[in-house]
Design a binder for this molecule. Structure first.
Ligand code: ZN
Ligand code: FE
Length: 254
């Protein structure tokens, strides 16, 4: 079994530790900070094998060098971003794989938020670590890429099995839900989800991971073909890319 530990850090970031008990190998996804990772490793008596970076932003790579120095781990990041992933050892591209014990980790290129953004998909654990590309009821901002690139990236995720668990890098769910409701006020799945999210956040609990099925039912950025969303935008019959672009711009202003 793959053990997954979720560590909330900074305002709203999540760091994920993945541990394969059989081999003893451990990976960390997007260590914003080193110390909380070192503490968790120590508590569990785990040794760090890999750092997996989804992209170069400081709140995803901030712990890289300290962790590498203290644990001798290897750092995996996008080849496109090799000049800005601190301490990078292995340069990854779409379709590359890497082993964590018996678990195969697949690299999925997902540009949009940044030009070198990648996600890590583990089919045998039904788990996707997607950084700042897909969020619960939202998607990442377009800092370096285009709306078309982001939509193509999200389409890759939409094709994964419905029960895929989506481990996003931020707890943005409550704010995303407000925007989702503004463009699709009659969506019953969305209304039910918002109630559940309110309850979880009131108890200071994480709303992440979500699942692909859940996102397909509630995330406006995966629902550009939905008639109610198209009607809200007064864009019935427009291309999915035009609708996606408009949604992203409205979310920026929301
Ligand atoms: Zn980012
Ligand atoms: Fe981030």
């Amino acid at each position: 079994m793959l053990q997954i530990q979720q560590i909330p850090v900074l305002n709203d970031n999540y760091i994920y530790l993945l541990h394969d008990a059989e081999s003893g190998e451990t990976a960390v996804v997007d260590p914003a900070l080193a110390q909380p990772v070192l503490d968790t490793l120590k508590q569990n008596d785990w040794n760090l094998t890999y750092i997996l970076n989804t992209h170069h932003h400081a709140d995803h790579v901030g712990g890289n060098l300290t962790l590498k120095q203290q644990t001798n781990c290897q750092i995996i990041g996008s080849e496109n971003d090799q000049h800005r992933i601190p301490g990078i050892d292995k340069k990854a591209n779409e379709g590359d794989t890497l082993q964590l014990g018996t678990y195969t980790i697949q690299v999925i290129s997902c540009t949009g938020h940044t030009t070198g953004h990648i996600a890590f998909y583990i089919p045998a654990a039904n788990a996707l670590f997607c950084g700042d590309t897909l969020f619960a009821m939202g998607c990442g901002r377009l800092f370096e890429g285009t709306a078309e690139q982001m939509q193509q990236s999200l389409n890759k995720f939409s094709a994964l099995p419905l029960d895929t668990k989506i481990y996003c890098a931020h707890e943005y769910t409550a704010a995303n839900a407000k925007f989702a409701l503004s463009v699709e006020p009659e969506n019953k799945d969305l209304l039910a989800t918002i109630e559940r999210v309110k309850h979880l956040r009131a108890n200071k609990q994480a709303t992440v991971p979500t699942t692909l099925a859940q996102e397909l039912a509630t995330n406006p950025f995966l629902r550009t073909n939905n008639p109610e969303i198209q009607k809200t935008l007064a864009m019935q019959g427009a291309s999915e890319l035009a609708i996606f672009t408009e949604l992203r711009e409205r979310k920026n202003r929301f």
